[in-house]
Design a protein around this ligand. Structure first.
Ligand SMILES: NC(=O)c1ccc[n+]([C@@H]2O[C@H](COP(=O)([O-])OP(=O)(O)OC[C@H]3O[C@@H](n4cnc5c(N)ncnc54)[C@H](O)[C@@H]3O)[C@@H](O)[C@H]2O)c1
Length: 323
């Protein structure tokens, strides 16, 4: 049995990863400061779910990644680290770049420094993002593509995180795996993300904010697939590695609206808006490396994943959970 630290464990991905680790018999310590980026009640409910799934095998530490003493405490005695804590989201990072750098870059360094101060080396998995590919037009995106032209502070902070991880690996020999997640969705998805937001608006009859002509494309990845990739990366850690975790197919914004409207059997009313600065035209993962080294590939096709998300959303709404 392993003891795993999951930073950002009260968040969308963190709670899913922690729950799966608990289910397979690991002990889990989650660190989170319950940042109010979105409704904190969602994070509290995630923690309740972890308490139910893990009982005494789950320990929650309320604290800030940027605090060295907190980090020294949470890394103590663990056998692996999944570092997911961050400020997520491209558009808000443009409004407040300094805070994104503070949490995502300085915070990551504080955590890595705490790990460097430990006698034992334990594998680290770092949550990077498809956004590091910036305006890359060569598709699908491969890990060997240049990623030195990020187009948002969020993307720059994730690229910086990968760089810090490399330095940490180089100096300490600790195995570090950076995973570039491609738009993750599924039960519990952050409420400001498109699939969740569109679902909420379709159900309540509101117009959908529709940026550009609908031709931008995203590679969506179902959360269970991403969790499987995170666990595989933790279990097979070696050296310094970077892998794309993506669905390896793309869906246009217009098609996503159609898929959701069909799944909910509701008409879609669009509020047409200009494309947003910082947004990219396409994300599309080449997952050859993850298949080769981690035996990983996404299994849940987009229509099935959307059906599962919608079923979760409607059940939560009926139970008074999500607004
Ligand atoms: N969801 C996606 O589609 C996606 C895509 C690419 C990358 N990522 C990355 O995956 C990770 C998890 O994303 P998510 O969608 O679950 O986001 P999330 O916002 O739900 O989870 C992040 C968690 O980190 C916590 N946190 C923020 N600042 C903190 C701090 N200073 N100290 C301690 N905890 C702090 C937040 O309270 C939150 O619970 C992030 O690093 C994100 O950048 C997510």
């Amino acid at each position: 049995m392993n003891r795993v630290l999951v930073t950002g464990g009260a968040g969308f991905l963190g709670a899913h990863v922690a729950e799966q680790l608990l289910r397979r018999g690991d002990r889990v310590r989650t660190l989170d400061n319950l940042d109010p980026f979105y409704d904190v009640r969602i994070k509290r409910r995630n923690l309740e779910r972890l308490r139910a799934a893990g009982g005494a095998h789950h320990e929650f530490v309320y604290g800030d990644l940027r605090d060295a003493r907190t980090c020294a405490r949470v890394v103590d005695g663990v056998d692996g680290v999944v570092h997911l804590a961050a400020l997520a989201g491209v558009r808000p990072s443009i409004q407040d770049p300094g805070r994104y750098m503070d949490v995502n870059v300085t915070g990551s360094q504080v955590l890595l420094s705490a790990l460097a101060g430990q006698r034992r080396q334990v594998p680290v998995v770092f949550a990077s993002s498809s956004s590091v590919y910036g305006g890359n037009t060569k598709v699908p995106f491969a890990e060997s593509d240049p990623v030195d032209r990020p187009v948002s502070p969020y993307a720059a902070s994730k690229k910086a995180g990968e760089v810090l991880c490399h330095t940490f690996h180089h100096l300490t020999g600790t195995p570090v795996t950076c995973l570039r997640f491609f738009t993750v969705y599924g039960p519990g998805q952050r409420p400001e993300m498109a699939i969740h937001q569109f679902t909420r608006r379709l159900v309540s009859g509101e117009a959908l904010p529709f940026f550009g002509d609908g031709s931008t494309r995203r590679d969506y990845t179902y959360v269970d697939d991403v969790v499987a990739g995170v666990l595989a990366a933790l279990d097979r850690a070696a050296g310094y590695r970077i892998y794309n975790l993506g669905g390896a197919e793309t869906t246009s914004l217009a098609d996503m609206v159609r898929i959701l409207a069909e799944a909910l059997d509701r008409p879609a009313r669009l509020e047409r808006l200009p494309e947003q600065p910082g947004d990219v035209r396409i994300t599309y993962a080449d997952t050859t490396l993850a298949q080769r080294d981690l035996g990983w590939r996404a299994k849940v096709p987009i229509r099935e994943g959307v059906q599962r998300f919608v079923a979760w959303y409607l059940a939560e709404r009926a139970a008074g959970g999500v607004a």
